[in-house]
Design a protein around this ligand. Sequence first.
Ligand SMILES: Cc1cc2nc3c(=O)[nH]c(=O)nc-3n(C[C@H](O)[C@H](O)[C@H](O)COP(=O)(O)OP(=O)(O)OC[C@H]3O[C@@H](n4cnc5c(N)ncnc54)[C@H](O)[C@@H]3O)c2cc1C
Length: 497
Amino acid sequence: MSDASGASAPSESREAAGSAEYDVIVIGAGPTGENVADRTVAAGLRTAIVESELVGGDCSYWACIPSKALLRPPAALAAARAVGGAREAVTGRLDAAAVLERRDSFVSGWQDDGQVSWLDSAGIELVRGHGRLDGERRVTVRRPEGGTLVLTARHAVAVCTGSAAAVPGLPGVAEARPWTPREATSAKSVPGRLAIVGGGVVGVEMAAAWGALGSKVTLLMRGERLLPRMEAFAGELVAEGLAERGVEVRGGASVAALRRPDPRGPVTLTLEGGEEVEADEVLFATGRRPRTEDIGLETVGLEPGSWIEVDDTLRVSGVDGDWLYCVGDTNHRSMVTHQGKYQARVAGAVIAARAAGEPVDAAPWGRHVATADSAAVPQVVFSEPEAASVGVTAEEAERAGRRVRVVDYELGNVSGAALFADGYRGRARMVVDLDRGHLAGVTFVGPQVSDLLHAATIAVAGEVPVERLWHAVPSFPTVSEIWLRLLETCRDQEAAG
Ligand SMILES: Cc1cc2nc3c(=O)[nH]c(=O)nc-3n(C[C@H](O)[C@H](O)[C@H](O)COP(=O)(O)OP(=O)(O)OC[C@H]3O[C@@H](n4cnc5c(N)ncnc54)[C@H](O)[C@@H]3O)c2cc1C
């Protein structure tokens, strides 16, 4: 793993300490920070990006990329086993060591040279160290080799410091040395028994990954349903899939305390009610907190440690002067990489427009306003089966008082799905807004449904009238014929009143 010690790199700022002035300063070189900087440099603004760990951020080294690298080999194996004729050719087991090695290659051995080269090619100047706001348009950087660099921004500062794991302060938690998603995505060996606390996306994906790699996984969740932010059937079908693969999913299980008296021995979780669960490792997948405790928020009148509120141009609320922006996880609008990068494109365009004295509301393509963060956020859970959704669930729509029609269809009844995998099981739901005549939300659960999601995202974000979707004819025989079946069912429901 890289020590992120600030070894000299081509794009790195040569000022060891002292001061420097830029048009734009970005704090945090995760996917969102990189994209803000890319946009502002493209607009001709001299931009510095400050990074305290690895250029590329959590997404590249401890989240999206390694988790999907762990999940892809079991998914490929399951896909082959689901097709007669191919199944017979698959006689071996998953090679866990090879999977971990492949994961390591995707994270470049936790070295960021490749991403540093990209910064260099894009003309973005890297400053290694811990960045802190220091009043209006100023950022101080604690350099890894010692000393402080003071940076001043002529136009804007963008906070893109991301989020970190939130681990509850339970008795014994420090002694238990639990895994966070960082350890779960970077572990070098497969634990015999893994307890996972949390039934959200990260808990589910890590249960699928480590279960497939050979751990005996017990997933403990407080509620009764996995993936509580999705349609209920998503959690149910994913729980069935995990159970079929040997994962024990336990609802209504709240961890009260932990102990690991021997640092090299097992960890014991005591549940509320007194029952105990023993494991070799325990992962807390219990949510995120903003990385804002030590970034100088108090110097601009904001609360350290809080999520940072922004308007739809990603400008920080409550700070005067149009100079401070916050993009990505830290603003808590939508904590996925693709949505953070979308915000980054908006923020970059807004910063460039304001620097040029142009209005920010008249841009073509509406590219100065982040409108899709709440209405049309696509999300994929890479479990087996996969779950993919965009827009609102039926429950959310009804809670918001919207008049909706809920249309369900079994994916296994689509001919393309039957060809795709023997005994294909899955379900789709579309939620139609009856007053506006377009889709408010779509959910798919089944093998490889992630590939169906973007069509749904276009329909929801584009507010395409449902009657118009009738003329978007899916190819035969593909799984996307689900669209035809959903629309037919919708029409039949409408005819039946
Ligand atoms: C296990 C897991 C799997 C995930 N899988 C997916 C997925 O498949 N798809 C998806 O879209 N999303 C996924 N996510 C979410 C995704 O990782 C985040 O939404 C994304 O990383 C947010 O990007 P960011 O740039 O805001 O923050 P980050 O990626 O966290 O980057 C922030 C950067 O800021 C740096 N930094 C922080 N403070 C300072 C400071 N004071 N000075 C200098 N630098 C600083 C950090 O070192 C870091 O490099 C996953 C998350 C987890 C935990």
